[in-house]
Design a protein around this ligand. Structure first.
Ligand SMILES: O=C(O)c1[nH]c(=O)[nH]c(=O)c1I
Length: 310
């Protein structure tokens, strides 16, 4: 079977890569993803200046997934710009850069720097960090999203993507799709970011499991698969001439297959990568290949977006 994906001028030998935020904050972590069976890699969302992030513990494994309130810890955009400048873009694994400025001005300054560096990597603008106390998720404010994107396209003229929060209402899917469709150079969306502000309780200690925000954090893993699949399918259906990247609940070839069936061009792995390590990519890749073989599909295009309804 052929697991390759070619999209937006990049070629991936398989559709799997890390979710931004997991195994991608340092060059050592990024190199580990690049050295694994992953088909691509994406950096931790970056800010203008380096950030420590929230107090620890700020990530915890939960019975069916994970909770995190990292608070955007990152080395600052220059670090990832330098990594991108040194990266072997011809090596066959596309590098994506995630940008999540603390303000529109910061986003524009970082995007101008990436523009001027004229690198082959694709930029993913994060509109959905749920863990900055006092800062609402841009993606939940349709007017703010439209304003941010209007300013972004004045500065950044190359194709780019956005990381979206999960939506839970058909009216919201339609509203956000309408905003996104008015930006032709916005060529992909990654659905979904963690399900914001969940609360995991440990019964033995009768306590929350992470320190920031009284224990509130973004939820990932098995808990979010149905929501992730719904967002992939709805935006696949509603967006014009854009790709959808699936993220959420992928821990085997089965969930990767589901995301692609729902319309995903490629698929990111977060919680499972955090817990299992980079070996998960070869395992999930092989499971996906076996599933395709079993079902008689030779390529991803044979079943992409072909989810049956009743
Ligand atoms: O807390 C984080 O750093 C974080 N955590 C997430 O779950 N999603 C995000 O986009 C971010 I920027």
């Amino acid at each position: 079977v052929d697991l390759s994906v070619s999209w937006l001028g990049v070629n991936m030998e398989n559709p799997l890569y890390n979710a931004s935020g997991v195994m991608c904050r340092s060059r050592e972590e990024l190199d580990a993803v690049a050295a694994s069976a992953a088909g691509a890699l994406i950096t931790k969302s970056c800010t203008l200046l380096p950030r420590e992030g929230n107090p620890e513990p700020r990530y915890a494994k939960a019975p069916h997934g994970s909770i995190n309130s990292m608070g955007l810890p990152n080395a600052g955009y220059q670090y990832y710009l330098d990594y991108a400048k040194a990266y072997d873009h011809q090596g066959g694994k596309p590098l994506f850069v995630s940008v999540s400025g603390m303000s529109l001005e910061d986003n524009l300054e970082m995007l101008a720097a990436f523009r001027d560096a004229d690198l082959p990597c694709l930029v993913e603008l994060n509109l959905s960090c749920p863990n900055l106390p006092g800062k609402p998720q841009i993606g939940y404010d349709f007017e703010a999203s439209s304003h941010v994107l209007s300013e972004v396209v004045k500065v950044y003229h190359k194709p780019f993507g956005v990381k979206l929060p999960p939506y839970f209402d058909p009216v919201h899917f339609a509203e956000m799709a309408s905003v996104l469709n008015s930006f032709p150079s916005l060529k992909y969306v990654t659905c979904i970011n963690s399900v914001g502000n969940g609360l995991v309780i440990d019964l033995d200690s009768e306590s929350v499991v992470i320190k920031p925000k009284g224990g509130l954090g973004g939820i990932g893993g098995d808990y979010v698969l149905p929501t992730a699949l719904a967002n992939v399918r709805e935006f696949y259906r509603l967006l014009d001439d854009k790709h959808v990247i699936g993220c959420g609940g992928v821990k085997s070839g089965r969930e990767a297959f589901m995301h692609i069936l729902a319309g995903a061009t490629a698929v990111q792995v977060g919680t499972c990568l955090y817990e299992e390590g980079a070996a998960c990519f070869a395992r999930i890749r092989d499971e996906l290949a076996a599933l395709m073989q079993e079902k008689g599909y030779a390529t991803l295009a044979d079943f992409r977006g072909k989810l049956k309804t009743m």
